[in-house]
Design a protein around this ligand. Sequence first.
Ligand code: ADP
Length: 262
Amino acid sequence: MEERLRQSEKLEAIGRLAGGVAHDFNNQLTGIVNGAEHLRAALAGQGELRAVADRIRDAALRSAGLTRQLLNFARKEPPRAVAVDVNQMVEDVLGLLPHAVDKRIAVRSALADGPARVTGDPDRLHAALLNLALNARDAMPQGGDLTVETRRVDLDAAACAALPFDLEPGPHVQVRVCDTGVGMSPEERAHLFEPFFTTKPVGQGSGLGLAEVYGTVQAHRGAVTVESAVGRGTCVALLLPLAAEQAAAAAAAPARAAAPEP
Ligand code: ADP
């Protein structure tokens, strides 16, 4: 537990530093993107030079995407508060996967009966889930099974205290993304949520995906847990508080309390 606390304090400190840098960097990038757009317009029809302006604009936009991920890791302010049906969001993300995953990967889902609504920012939650699904894909270069499950879990105080997040006891939606891929070593797991930690080849991984997931679940007063075994696979689970009106309905007809699966 102490080790986990140290880990979250460390991420907190990295977040403060990264957030400041990303914010200033983002302002500079806005200038570069705008300048490149001007150049592109002025250089229309001038083949080689216009292509240079295109490359400047594209590189600046890619960099802006990376700083957005870094800001999502560091941001502490409350996210947009819209009703999000997590089951529907999983369906949306799975709908994108056929274009993104190898045919040797079998994609399955097992969704909670009925809506599993949370209150939050649909774009950030969608990005988090897509990050997890794409990491699962990347972990299975030879193919395997990618499974996404949702369920409602009622967390008691003991279950919340065991997590390195400030989670309020009560009903939550759990989304688990599991793969049968390469898994992670304990050292990898220790650095997983740090910005720029990646084991992927240069150009293929930014190391910002899970940092962004971490920031997103924190901003939603949720948690993220990881279970992994080298050579066997990984399950990453998001825990998000059930939306208030659904929580009230659940309290009227309480479901069986369950510990969250990692
Ligand atoms: P990136 O995907 O750009 O490397 P992430 O922050 O999403 O950045 O992931 C960081 C690292 O965590 C990955 O490079 C990989 O080593 C490890 N990782 C993440 N998800 C998985 C997974 N499902 N299976 C195995 N390793 C993983």
